[in-house]
Design a protein around this ligand. Structure first.
Ligand SMILES: [Cu+2]
Length: 500
C-alpha cells in the first residue's frame, strides 16, 4: 500500500501542470535569517489539498540543535493560533540538514513557521506558502473496485445483522425463533435495507458535492488570464480574468497590494526564442492596469503579470499579445529591457553575460549538471570592465537583484529574489510587517521608506555578488534573466540553462 502511494506521488509530480504564484513552479524557495541562524528553506507544495508538504531546511552553520515547523494562515486571525509544531528530523549524514512533512489542510495564502534552537539561543522565521489544489487525483480502478466491494459487503451485512438481532437477540439457549419473530425480523431487515440505501444515496450526494467543490477549487487557482488591448498607439490595457468565474468575484484588482514598490510587475517576452524582454510597471486605473509602452518592434509576445491579492496570495496573469511596431515613450523609473540572441532548441549552457559598459555578470554555476526538482542557490558575480567586482551596485526596487527563470516553452515563469520565490509583500505579511511598501525598501530615486515615513540615509553598499535560491521544476531549456542596478542604470544579464 505504501509503495502504491509513493507510486501515485511520483506520477503526480511527473504530470504536474502549471500554476498559481509563479507559473509552473509551485515549490517555495527561501533564503533568510531566523534570528542568529541563516537558513535555506524549501517547501514542496503538494499537488492536492489536503496534502502533505515536504519541508527541507539547511542551516548555513553547524550550531543548530532543533528545528520545529508548523503551517499557519499567512495573515488574519488564523495566523495567531498555530497548531502544535512538528519537530523536523535531522539528517544523519548531514547534521546541518533537516526535513519534515506537514499536512496542508486548506488552499490559500499560508505560511510555514520555522523555529530554531541552538547554541546562539532561539530564532524564528516564516516562509509564505501559496497552497492550492492543482489537480484532481483520480481513484485507481482496482482501489475503487475494492472499496465498492467492501461497501456492498458492509451494507448487506448490516441488513442481515439487524435481522438476526431482531430474530434471535432475546432467545434462551436452545430455543428456536417463533414464526412471529421471524416475520418481525423480515420487517426489520426491510426497514434496515431502506435506511442503508438511503444513507448510501446521501453519501453519494455528499461525495459528489465535495468532488464538485474540489474541481472548482482546482479551476479557481489556474493562472488568471491577462487580457490585453492596445489603445491610442502605445497604451497597453491589461485586464485580469480568472479561468473560473468565481475568481473575479474573489480577487479584486482594487485591493491588490504593492510588491516591491509596484502593484504589478509586467513582463513582455518575445516568443519564440526570448530574444527580447521588457520588465514594466503598469499603473492601476479602476479595475484595470495601463502602461505606456516604450519603443518595441512588431512581434508576438508572451505576457506574465505578477500581482499580490489582499490576502498576500501571489498571482501571475498569463497571456499573449501580437503587437505592431510601437513608437513609445522612453523607459523611466524601474522599467527595464533587454535585447539579445534567441534561445535555441539545443542550448549549451551560457554562464557569462556581457554588459553594455564592458562589464559582465558571471554565473558561478559549478561543473555539476543542472537537475530538475533540486533546490539550488544561483550565484552571480557582477564585474566591471576591468574584471573587478563592481563597486557601483545599487538597490533595484529594494533588493540587490531580481531574476526571472523562464522555460523555452513558456510553461514555467518564476520571478525570484535574493530572499527566494515568495513575493516580498507576502514575506512582509508572514513576518508581521504592515501592508504597503516594505519598510526599508528604496525605489528608483533611492528614496527609502522608514517606519516614520522619513527619508533614510543612503542604503548600505550592495554586494557585487547576488544569489537566488530556486529549483527548476522540470527538465528542459531555460533562460534566466538577472537584473541588477549599477550607477542608476538597470543591467540585465541573460543565461541559458539545460536542465536534466
Ligand atoms: Cu522583483
Amino acid at each position: 500500500m505504501h509503495r502504491r502511494l509513493v507510486g501515485i506521488f511520483v506520477l503526480m509530480l511527473a504530470t504536474a501542470l502549471s500554476v498559481g504564484a509563479h507559473v509552473g513552479s509551485s515549490d517555495v524557495f527561501f533564503d533568510g535569517d531566523a534570528g542568529p541562524y541563516h537558513l535555506y528553506v524549501t517547501v514542496r507544495v503538494p499537488q492536492v489539498i489536503p496534502g502533505i508538504a515536504e519541508i527541507e531546511v539547511r542551516s548555513a552553520t553547524n550550531d543548530v540543535e532543533k528545528i520545529e515547523i508548523v503551517p499557519m494562515k499567512l495573515s488574519g486571525a488564523g495566523s495567531n493560533f498555530p497548531p502544535t509544531p512538528d519537530v523536523a528530523e535531522r539528517s544523519k549524514q548531514d547534521p546541518q540538514f533537516f526535513t519534515g512533512s506537514l499536512w496542508l489542510m486548506e488552499s490559500g495564502a499560508l505560511k510555514v513557521r520555522v523555529s530554531v534552537e541552538g547554541s546562539k539561543g532561539k530564532g524564528e522565521l516564516a516562509v509564505p506558502v501559496p497552497a492550492f489544489a492543482q489537480r484532481t487525483l483520480p481513484m485507481e480502478r482496482s482501489l475503487g473496485g475494492l472499496l465498492g466491494f467492501l461497501m456492498l459487503f458492509l451494507a448487506v451485512g448490516l441488513v442481515f445483522i439487524a435481522g438476526a438481532a431482531s430474530r434471535e437477540g432475546n432467545l434462551e439457549p436452545g430455543e428456536t425463533p417463533s414464526p412471529a419473530k421471524k416475520r418481525r425480523a423480515r420487517i426489520v431487515m426491510a426497514i434496515t435495507a431502506v435506511v442503508v440505501v438511503g444513507i448510501l444515496f446521501l453519501g453519494k450526494a455528499w461525495w459528489g458535492a465535495e468532488a464538485t467543490n474540489y474541481k472548482r477549487t482546482v479551476s479557481f487557482f489556474k493562472p488568471p488570464l491577462a487580457e490585453t488591448e492596445l489603445q491610442s498607439g502605445n497604451r497597453l490595457v491589461i485586464r485580469a480574468k480568472g479561468q473560473d468565474p468565481e475568481w473575479s468575484k474573489e480577487v479584486n484588482m482594487e485591493d491588490v497590494i504593492p510588491d516591491h514598490n509596484h502593484l504589478m510587475h509586467l513582463f513582455l517576452i518575445s516568443a519564440p526564442g526570448m530574444g527580447r524582454m521588457w520588465h514594466l510597471h503598469p499603473e492601476r486605473e479602476g479595475s484595470k492596469f495601463v502602461d505606456d509602452l516604450p519603443d518595441m518592434p512588431a512581434g508576438h509576445y508572451e505576457v506574465f503579470a505578477d500581482i499580490v491579492d489582499k490576502d498576500g496570495f501571489p498571482w501571475t496573469l498569463v497571456g499573449q499579445v501580437d503587437l505592431p511596431q510601437i513608437n513609445g515613450t522612453p523607459l523611466t523609473g524601474d522599467d527595464s529591457t533587454w535585447t539579445g540572441t534567441a534561445l535555441t532548441a539545443q542550448t549549451t549552457s551560457v554562464s557569462v553575460a556581457q554588459l553594455a559598459d564592458g562589464g559582465r555578470i558571471v554565473w558561478e554555476k559549478g561543473s555539476a549538471p543542472l537537475v530538475a526538482n533540486t533546490a539550488m542557490v544561483f550565484k552571480f558575480k557582477v564585474e566591471d570592465k576591468d574584471g573587478n567586482p563592481a563597486k557601483d551596485m545599487q538597490q533595484y526596487m529594494g533588493m540587490a537583484g531580481h531574476a526571472e527563470f523562464v522555460s523555452s516553452d513558456m510553461s514555467v515563469f518564476a520571478h525570484i529574489h535574493p530572499a527566494g520565490s515568495a513575493s516580498m509583500a507576502a514575506l512582509d505579511l508572514a513576518n508581521g510587517a504592515p501592508k504597503g511598501p516594505a519598510i526599508g525598501t528604496c525605489g528608483i530615486t533611492d528614496q527609502c521608506v522608514t517606519p516614520a515615513g522619513m527619508a533614510m540615509p543612503m542604503p548600505a553598499p550592495v554586494s557585487a555578488e547576488v544569489s537566488f535560491p530556486y529549483g527548476f521544476p522540470k527538465a528542459g531549456e531555460y533562460r534566466i534573466f538577472v537584473q541588477v542596478k549599477r550607477a542608476g542604470q538597470v543591467e540585465t544579464g541573460v543565461f541559458d540553462a539545460h536542465v536534466q
